[in-house]
Design a binder for this molecule. Sequence first.
Ligand code: XMP
Length: 521
Amino acid sequence: LVIVIDFGGQYNQLVARRVRENNVYCEIYSYKTDIEQIKALNPKGIILTGGPNSCYEDGAPTYTKELFELGIPVLGLCYGAQMMQLILGGKVEKAPVREYGKTATFFDNTSILFDGIEEESVVWMSHFDYISKEAPGFKIIAHTKDCPVAAASDESRKLYAIQFHPEVLHTVRGKDILANFVYKICGCKGDWKMDSFANEQINLIREKVGDGKVLLALSGGVDSSVAAVLLSKAIGKQLTCVFVDHGLLRKNEGDEVENIFGPNGNYDLNFIRVNAQDRYYDKLKGVEEPEKKRKIIGEEFIRVFEEEAKKIGKVDFLVQGTIYPDVVESGLGGESAVIKSHHNVGGLPDYVDFKEIIEPLRDLFKDEVRKVGLELGLPEYLVFRQPFPGPGLGIRIIGEVTGEKVKIVQDADFIYREEVGNALKEYAEANNGADAPWKPDQYFAALTNMRSVGVMGDERTYDYAVALRAVQTIDFMTAESAQIPWEVLQKVMNRIINEVKGVNRVMFDLTSKPPGTIEFE
Ligand code: XMP
């Protein structure tokens, strides 16, 4: 076990994740955690994160000096490094030159921390304070043009301070530096795996739940599905999953979810599918305004879920498939600052009578959740499902939503996903498994509210236009349209026109985000 002590930096979970990538288990604790608690955990190493404060200011987060006297290796990053130096007698002040971004750095690779690293390499810097004088007993082991102490170490006490961010991928040898720390300095073996995570969670859940009753709202997305499997493995039929089919899911999705989790599926749990399509279409009748649609869909979900929960009666726990990025974006991420409030967190059905919330995936990133899902035997098509918004096809049908329009967009979207999926597979097969450079991170069909005149079999048509969207994005905050090959698009267009009744025109949306959003509403 390696412990990360969180001082409020934006990259804290990333630090934990990089440690886990070395197959070393890692947990994050707030800087407010008592030293006795840390000692009781008996970690092999401790990492202090970055943070937004200046460590020499009154009231800035700090930690007791005893931490550095335990004989446990400590690695301070950015703020953590400055704080370590200040506590141990070094000097930290406002830097004459603020370093931000990729920075050439010179390393002393006789230090075990930088073993195997070139003498010059690029790192990611982000700081306005700097260590102007290292603490007594420390030796400078890296510097940059503007930063005399880019890293310092006291190898006899196993204390390491680095100003840059090894956890960020722009730090070219960051992974190796962290690997040196956990293996060579802390002596970790690296035998921890994602299935250990699953087993640990299963044990924790059992302990916590006892013989209590647990309720989970299953959407069929990756997160809630993985949470459901973990719970099912831990407590079996004490778990009830409610799956609300709002009639705005992708083609066949409702049945797929039922096949996996329902009575004929693979898991031991109570599964309730609520077919609420008609209720939703009724509520959405005549409503065109996007925000109003979103609100209706959200509220109706809560109402349906509430009715089901009432039938079940009192439960002890409610499970949420919250994952780490949801937590950070909502400003709940330990010591991190608020970035934006996310639409999946915080929308708790507060009328459901329960004691406590369980969030077994709270510390994981999406790709880690996927790994756990695979470990637990969920099918690949579910585990690698692309993101799908809570309001579903409701926001991919511009204007009024009707059952007929849902069917059109489902069918068109199915064809599009099938053809793009095939083309991606072909590309990979022809290229040693490599991803196509145009591989979209999200792609789907939407139904525009536009009808236009066409001609089919010598007859005039007056039908809908389908819009195809495909984007490449890293964080879904900005996006570029993906360059799907022309022949793939043409094939999709042909199939949609021929196979989907009510469509006589297919368009491709080229807009990036901004100014567009990924979804249409
Ligand atoms: P936009 O359209 O805002 O989408 O560019 C960014 C990403 O978020 C997804 N999205 C949602 N996800 N509930 C969700 O769970 C929502 O209400 C919602 N709206 C958009 C969208 O699919 C894309 O991946």
